[in-house]
Design a protein around this ligand. Structure first.
Ligand code: GDP
Length: 416
């Protein structure tokens, strides 16, 4: 320590410089070694209209080959294409995941364009949150898919942001680090580009949209980062073709009037983006994702299921207390529901009973009515039977009379 050095100087003691690292000075090296062994992961979300050069830019950044075929403009909804890459530079392994919107901005309904993006970002937070809630967590082999940065591609119109840009940015700015990019910046002249950049920044500010700011609190990067903040949104150009410039082969787009060199800082901001994204601020982007955006998501979810840090009396609550209160609330709710169900059941039984009684009464009345009709019919029939019997009797009587009369007439004739 400085104090020891002073004492040593005063006492004229010989100092030896150490040849290797010694003591807890080695701690950072342990961390570096561990990180290298584990490998790094980084997740990028590319949002922008179809054909703005998203795949080309990613390929240019990481030397990958993601462009299979040109995307169609006639998709009914926005989909997210997830491409994992395993990259290696020196002895550093990078598990890169690039999520790209497919069909963004091609729908009539604007909500259909940005809603899948919001849902995707939230779903990754939810997956991490669920892992955190597990009793037996396994973060050592957990593949963290939370989005660390969103590269937002702005169409090089030279005018202003579109309504969809504002809507999408507004709905994701509280969930992810946003780095705005002017796509295909080779299609705008230098003067127009400057005016377009300041127009975009003004629009973002006036609409209250928060974009990622390169951090200026670290002395080693503060100056560079603050000058980079001035260059936002980065005007980028992507290209996988190599063209000859002088004696060198460079990545560039060949035009009748010359070559636009992708990696030339006078031509576009590609190098600025690459350095900021991959060399200087990767860890900061990951840190902000975890400490700011994920933390906010976690807080919202816990509050939704009733967890708070303080009780109604502003006294800190322990997890045990919250659990007990929730359990009691749940028990009470179950009892309330049971009572309600019982009450409903009784009411229905009573209703059914009344209905049965009414039906029985109706049947009885019907039966009585039919019985009455049948009795009347019987009386009628008996009357008719009596009349018929009478008629039969009369008939037999008349028959007997006529027979008697006939015998008398015959006897008289014989006599004569
Ligand atoms: P995506 O649909 O956003 O993934 O767009 P692509 O990467 O498939 O690019 C669409 C077309 O734009 C292709 O023909 C690319 O060659 C072209 N393109 C890509 N980047 C640039 C660029 O920076 N400038 C210009 N002028 N054209 C580009």
């Amino acid at each position: 320590t400085p104090k020891d050095e002073d004492t040593q100087k005063e006492e004229n003691i010989r100092c030896l410089t150490m040849l290797g690292h010694f003591g807890f000075e080695c701690l950072p090296h342990q961390l570096v070694n561990k990180s290298i062994q584990q490998g790094f992961s980084f997740n990028i979300l590319c949002v922008g209209e179809t054909g703005l050069g998203k795949s080309t830019l990613i390929d240019t950044l990481f030397n990958t080959n993601s462009r299979e075929k040109k995307s169609s403009h006639f998709r009914p909804n926005v989909e997210l294409k997830i491409q994992p890459y395993q990259l290696q530079e020196g002895n550093v392994q990078l598990k890169l995941t690039v999520v790209t919107t497919v069909g963004y901005g091609d729908q009539m309904n604007k909500e259909a364009s940005y809603q899948p993006i919001v849902s995707y970002i939230d779903a990754q937070f939810e997956a991490y949150f669920q892992e955190e809630l597990k009793i037996k967590r396994s973060f050592a082999d957990y593949h963290d898919t939370r989005i660390h940065v969103c590269l937002y591609f702005i169409a090089p119109t030279g005018h202003s942001l579109k309504a969809l840009d504002l809507l999408t940015l507004k709905s994701i700015d509280s969930k992810v680090n946003i780095i705005p990019l002017i796509a295909k910046a080779d299609t705008i002249s230098k003067n127009d580009l400057q005016a377009f950049k300041s127009k975009i920044m003004n629009e973002l500010i006036s609409n209250g949209i928060q974009i990622y700011q390169f951090p200026t609190d670290d002395k080693t990067t503060a100056q560079m980062n603050s000058s980079m903040n001035e260059h936002l949104p980065f005007a980028v150009v992507g290209c996988m073709d190599e063209v000859k410039v002088g004696k060198r082969m460079v990545r560039g787009r060949l035009y009748p009037w010359g070559v636009l060199q992708v990696e030339n800082e006078n031509h576009c901001d590609f190098v600025k983006l690459r350095d900021m994204l991959l060399c200087t601020n990767t860890e900061h982007l990951k840190e902000v994702t975890h400490t700011k955006y994920y933390e906010a998501y976690r807080r919202r979810q816990l509050q939704k299921i009733g967890f708070t840090d303080v009780g109604p009396d502003n006294q800190p609550l322990s997890l045990q207390e919250i659990y007990e209160t929730k359990r009691k609330e749940f028990h009470e709710q179950c009892q309330r529901e049971e009572e309600e169900l019982k009450h409903k059941f009784m009411q229905r039984v009573m209703e059914k009973e009344i209905a049965f009684k009414e039906a029985e009464k109706e049947l009885q009345e019907k039966f009585e009515h039919l019985k009455r009709i049948q009795q009347e019919e019987t009386i009628k029939l008996e009357e008719e039977k009596r009349k018929l019997d009478e008629e039969i009797m009369n008939f037999y009587k008349m028959k007997a009379d006529s027979e008697t009369l006939q015998t008398q007439v015959c006897t008289n004739i014989k006599k004569d």
